[in-house]
Design a protein around this ligand. Structure first.
Ligand code: 5GP
Length: 183
């Protein structure tokens, strides 16, 4: 039997990364797809674990060769999901999870309607601003840009199979575990 594809998406600052890490710890049978990106690695990030870091030229070449299941530009950088890894694991019966932004998430849903789209959001919009500020790495200018993008993303929530409110990390993780376990 084929595995299932789960897509965890939602606006910047909703806590996708933290929730995804917890899910992987608590569901060791779940396989994470490692994305390719043109953004520079942060201090704690490792090649092939956090991302496959590359330059724009190689990214666009991979795209041209149909190597991505989806890809999107997120502010100044490109991000893409390597297609082969995802399809191979699903064909081997494994459940795969993507942690990606909404433009890419909706592309996957269109190509693979059987995939399960989960939108992670926050109780109120101001929580997004608070979380972006608490990262300490964002300027007021980038926070403004991220909030403008978040407005569009929040308006597309109804296209998702499930909406999970990240009020408390524990609750959000448990709800997503229940969704994954149910399917
Ligand atoms: P960051 O640069 O903070 O790691 O990620 C920025 C955004 O890109 C996050 O919303 C993250 O979920 C998203 N992202 C990471 N990998 C991919 C990918 O392969 N495709 C798409 N569309 N978005 C991605």
């Amino acid at each position: 039997m084929k595995g299932k594809l789960f897509i965890l998406s939602g606006p910047s600052g909703a806590g996708k990364g933290t929730v995804c890490k917890r899910l992987l710890q608590e569901m060791p049978q779940l396989v994470l797809s490692i994305s390719m990106t043109t953004r520079s690695p942060r201090a704690d990030e490792k090649e092939g674990i956090s991302y496959f870091f590359t330059d724009k030229e190689n990214f666009l070449k991979t795209k041209q060769e149909d190597g991505f299941l989806e890809c999107a530009q997120h502010f100044d950088n490109y991000y893409g999901t390597p297609k082969k890894f995802v399809l191979d694991n699903i064909n081997e019966g494994k459940n795969v999870i993507l942690e990606i932004e909404p433009v890419g998430a909706l592309q996957v849903k269109e190509k693979m309607p059987e995939s399960v789209l989960i939108f992670l959001t926050v109780p109120k919009k101001s929580d997004l601003i608070d979380r972006l500020r608490s990262r300490g790495s964002e300027t007021e200018e980038t926070i403004k840009k991220r909030m403008a993008k978040a407005e569009i993303e929040l308006s597309q929530m109804e296209k998702y199979d499930y909406v999970v409110v990240n009020d408390e990390i524990e609750n959000a993780v448990n709800k997503i575990k229940e969704i994954i376990g149910r399917i």
